[in-house]
Design a protein around this ligand. Sequence first.
Ligand code: SF4
Length: 397
Amino acid sequence: MEIKRFIFRYTPTNRYSITALVASVFSYKKDIELIEVRNVNDILNFETKGTVVLFSFMSFDLETVKKEASFLKDKGYVLIAGGPHVSALPYQVLNLGFDYVFTGDGEENIRKFIDGIFPENKIYDGTTNRVNLSNYPPFCPEKNLYMPIEISRGCPFSCGYCQTPRLAGKIVRHRPLEQIIEYSKIGVKNGRKIARFISPNSFSYGSKNGVTPEPKIIDELLFGLKKIGVKEIYFGTFPSDVRPESITEEMLLTIKKYVNNKYIVVGAQSGSERILKIIRRGHSLEQIENALYLLKKHGFIPRVDFIFGFPFETDEDIEKTFNFIEKIVKKYNAKVHAHTFMPLPGTPLANAGPGKLTEKHYKFLGLLTAKGYLDGYWLNQEKLARRVANVNSSNTI
Ligand code: SF4
């Protein structure tokens, strides 16, 4: 099939994936039309011949994707899909009527698809052969598509609730500093003078193991960005959060010279050592406290991620987490970013059941919200958690 155009089905959660793919396709074949649609009906404005519709989606969007895929397939469109859900359950997505699916990294495989190289099982494997980030642009200035620069991909940890190691691999790969500067320069030239980053643990940029900070490399990166005219730098804030054990005195002294953010987002997830072990966080409460102590000492406000409602949490675990939060709010001026546990497909906790909040949670989290110490989508995520649990139970491999 000669591909004339890719139509990307935009959703609020797939902006970064779409941008990376558009950048890869455009830098490979400039004559393919690249279109983004926000309403599925808009796709009907394009002839089916030569059109490929691309979805990238999260597990809680599965029901919507199922309906849209069936609608578009009936009209005769070629459909492909990638993203976190596909990487976890590729056969399930093929069974929805998709022609091909892409697991893991998509940048190289989308080019193979363009070249007519089709895998027999219809699954492009981007998990076994990982891409080298330096071979692909981080965004597409020619299409006026910018996003935070993905400085690292992959995570060596195995947190039980997280799809990242499955989607992005367990070996951390860093985008070369020179390439980050080169693309930031293009951004600055086009008026984009604010730098943000994507990383599973931004303080580990340049490290071999994805956790031990390399302050010299980070200094070089941030200095380089300032030198080319970047006016504001946000580092260690979403979507470039930080693991507690990567927060060191030297790192904070380094970033302080350059960054505009007052907040640093730290993943803690629980105040119970027992839960930290079950969810395989790989750090202790003491390490969290040490990180918060250092952040306060250097004038940063810790914004700490917690996950509530693990189905295996006991009353004692819940109490411990609440006590820990009260302590860090008082002692380190921490703010809490709250999530409800979702049993995402492909993760070690996929079959744990949906996160459930108790009356105690509503009361405690509600009170912290009212006092201005807590935010997050925890209420909505409780509904999404049920949806995700249904996806797991209806898995049709
Ligand atoms: S939660 Fe963070 S540290 Fe844990 S596996 Fe996911 S990306 Fe890695």
